[in-house]
Design a protein around this ligand. Structure first.
Ligand code: AMP
Length: 284
């Protein structure tokens, strides 16, 4: 049975009852418009915990002016069907005023990690994400929380805040789920028209080319970034936001690739901004 609640007290009661039954609590934070990427997180939570909470909240503080907050897809009924089918125990879908009452004044920032990659083109975005996720952690008090590698910078920021603030939970980063042609599933893919949709495969294709080049021995991040940028800018309708090769741990640039490496791209098609990445383990 999947229960739907919208208040913090209801969440606390339901989670408290689960904890009384010695069930481990798993949390999957989402903005709804659920797809197979979200479902993979729910299944990971189901496999590892006994009480799965999915939050559905289109978080206003993580959208900048001119971004898609008002037109972001809201599909609660379909989302609930998916949650029921997947055996989710509790769906928390709060109103904005519940999360941000009129006298709300506290924000969480993860410096450095929030300032690179998507940070410069989305000022305030990660502050909004870190703040809402911190609140969700405090409300639900999960033992484990699940995030997708598709939003790798976000997941790293959450890992960092959990460590820095000594939050008593584990963060799992789950693999990116893709369409058959490699496009990472995203609630925003539905904004793409047919032509944009077919050209959007350049993100995955160019990332795979970089992976192959690294496997062949390329260790120069600048050469790899140049390759990504050339492939993307040569694609009709694609506007490059960034193409970066960085340390997956610090998100800093490296003079020469080594260790856990993040290859990440952000590309706009019309008003739709898509991101994707691959992680590589690079030896000498
Ligand atoms: P969102 O609803 O877009 O905020 O995403 C909620 C969670 O689902 C985040 O942890 C995302 O990283 C994750 N997610 C989104 N798309 C995918 C995907 N294609 N594969 C795996 N996880 C995903």
């Amino acid at each position: 049975m999947t229960a739907l609640v919208s208040t913090i007290a209801e969440v606390q009661q339901a989670v408290g009852r689960a904890r009384d039954r010695n069930l481990k609590v798993g949390l999957v934070p989402t903005m709804g418009a659920l797809h197979a990427g979200h479902v993979s997180l729910i299944r990971a939570a189901r496999a590892e915990t006994g009480f799965v909470v999915v939050s559905i909240f289109v978080n206003p503080t993580q959208f900048g002016p001119g971004e898609d907050f008002s037109r972001y897809p809201r599909t609660l009924e379909v989302d609930l069907d998916i949650c029921r089918r997947e055996g989710v125990d509790l769906v928390f879908a709060p109103a904005a005023e519940t999360v941000y009452p009129a006298d709300f004044h506290t924000y969480v920032e993860v410096h450095e990690l929030q300032d690179v990659l998507c940070g410069p083109s989305r000022p305030g975005h990660f502050r909004g994400v870190a703040t809402v996720v911190c609140k969700l952690f405090n409300i639900v008090q999960p033992a484990v929380a699940y995030f997708g590698q598709k939003d790798f910078q976000q997941a790293r920021i959450i890992q960092q805040l959990v460590g820095d603030l000594n939050l008593p939970l584990e963060v799992r980063i789950c693999p990116t789920i893709r369409e058959a042609d490699g496009l990472a599933l995203s609630s925003r893919n539905r904004y793409l028209n047919g032509e944009q949709r077919s050209h959007a495969t350049v993100l995955y294709r160019s990332l795979q080319e970089v992976k192959a080049a690294v496997e062949k021995g390329e260790r120069d991040p600048v050469a790899l970034q140049r390759h990504l940028a050339e492939r993307i800018t040569a694609t009709p309708g694609a506007i490059l936001d960034y193409a970066e090769v960085r340390s997956a741990e610090t998100l800093r640039t490296q003079p020469r690739l080594q260790g856990d490496v993040l290859v990440a791209v952000a590309v706009k098609f019309g008003g739709t901004r898509l991101i994707d990445n691959v992680l590589l383990q690079v030896g000498d």
